[in-house]
Design a protein around this ligand. Structure first.
Ligand code: IPM
Ligand code: MG
Length: 438
């Protein structure tokens, strides 16, 4: 049941909410939410996802890609990177191997250096060989890059700026989808008051990923004649860039609860005035979807106060970076937040994409074997869905994750000592997900 509510600006919630707004069936809630991240021209996925929203437990629904050749080998570029990247990547690969065995397909993993690991080995964060391997792949499975070891390097040579951002730009990965799912069984792990997250929630953050302050020119740092230092970052968007991310958000919303919250700072930024105008225009093509606008400061507040009032949230690059971390934390942990960065649709109607956990390298726990591998494992599920069209396998992984969470397994980041839960390490969590896959 979707509540049609009044949408108000500023001090009010993005959307009034009530118990009817949350999908009652937990399984439906989570599998549908991930199955519904459709993109602008992905008609077959859309239909499939649309169906799975309403009848997610019918196995016949997942046969959309049944004409796909069996025994196919898929080429994956695997870029574990730094910090906890290699540890959690190992668990995702275990899960992918199980998927391959069950589905009579094969993955050809092309492991490549990226980030600090590449700097240490070959002197630069994004070697040409790594780009070439990505170009030759069906998709990129990415770990994380960066860490204190490389923080003293010139900023433009550091792992984040010299590897991850160029990869996003090189492949035109403009649409970053981050499913913020708070499983009902995990509400105790949320730092937010229990009554605000009770029953769980499901927000899809659609973040524009190749524009805004991250990439706008000019960027500079100048020492002025008086000795002061002036720095410039430029926020640039073209209307066409806002339109294309808007379409992603509205298409996704059509397959979910049909509500888009566009986040901007239109009371201050020229960029945001165009953003808002454009979202209003795009919305006209989706009469079944309601649109609300929130200023980013208010959105940060509403996410904490009323996370269940959001369905799809669409925003520009920097705002999305910040709000998606907040969303993930309210849902339990950054260690649960998968992401899909999608670019162009390939000939087969699927996306080329880079799939990565949103949480970073966590240098404080790197090498200890205690990191949460779920974001990496769920990112590999998104890869199967968006880049390979293996919907059934993606849903199987998502269900396995939900099952182990329901069984009470918790890595340190989501462990609260609640009765019925058990603290596990990285490999134990990976093994449990593997076992749940059957
Ligand atoms: C993310 C990360 C990156 C970003 C960093 C590592 C450059 O925080 O994917 O959210 O800011 O986009
Ligand atoms: Mg971030």
């Amino acid at each position: 049941m979707i509540l049609r509510a009044r949408y108000e600006q500023a001090a009010s919630p993005a959307r009034e909410c009530g118990p009817g707004q949350i999908v009652a069936d937990e399984k439906l809630c989570a599998s549908a939410s991930l199955a519904m991240l459709s993109g602008p021209t992905l008609a077959s996925h859309r239909n499939q996802a649309q169906v799975s929203q309403y009848r997610p437990l019918d196995p016949a629904l997942f046969h959309v890609h049944q004409n796909r050749p069996m025994s196919r080998t898929y080429n994956l570029a695997v870029l574990p990177g730094d910090g906890i990247g290699p540890e959690v990547m190992a668990e995702a690969i275990k899960v992918l191997n199980a998927v391959a065995a069950k589905n009579d397909i094969a993955f050809n993993y092309n492991h490549q250096l990226v980030g600090g690991a590449a700097i240490d080995a070959v002197g630069k964060a994004l070697p040409a060989e790594t780009i070439a391997a990505c170009e030759a792949s069906d998709a990129i499975l990415f770990g994380s890059v960066g860490g204190p070891k490389w923080e003293k390097m010139p900023p433009n040579e550091q792992p984040e700026r010299a590897a991850l951002l160029p990869l996003r730009k090189h492949f035109g990965l403009f649409a970053n989808l981050r499913p913020g799912i708070c499983y009902p069984a995990l509400t105790a792990s949320s730092p937010v008051r229990a009554d605000l997250v009770e029953g769980g929630f499901d927000v899809l953050c659609v973040r524009e990923l190749t524009g805004g302050l991250y990439f706008g020119q000019p960027k500079s740092r100048t020492t002025l004649p008086d000795g002061d230092i002036e720095v410039i970052d430029t926020m640039v968007y073209k209307k066409s860039e806002i339109e294309r991310i808007g379409h992603v958000a509205f298409k996704a919303a059509q397959l979910r609860n049909k509500h888009v919250t566009s986040v901007d700072k239109a009371n201050v930024l020229t960029n945001s005035v165009l953003w808002r105008e454009t979202m209003v225009e795009v919305a006209q093509q989706y009469p079944d979807v309601t649109l609300a606008h929130l200023y980013v400061d208010n959105a940060a507040m509403q996410l904490i106060k009323a996370p269940r009032s959001f369905d799809v949230m669409v925003t520009e690059n920097l705002f999305g970076d910040i709000l998606s971390d907040e969303m993930a934390m309210i849902a339990g942990s950054l260690g649960m937040l998968a992401s899909a960065s999608l670019g162009k649709v390939k000939g087969d109607g699927l996306y080329f994409g880079l799939f990565e956990p949103s949480g970073g390298t966590a240098p404080d726990i790197a090498g200890m074997g205690i990191a949460n591998p779920i974001a990496q494992i769920l990112s590999s599920a998104l890869l199967l869905r968006f880049s390979l069209g293996l919907e059934e396998a993606a849903v199987a992984i998502e269900n396995a994750v939900r099952q182990v969470i329901g069984d009470g397994l918790r890595t340190g980041d989501i462990f609260t000592g609640a009765p019925g839960t058990r603290k596990v390490n990285t490999t134990e969590m990976g093994d449990a997900i593997l076992a749940a896959l059957g």
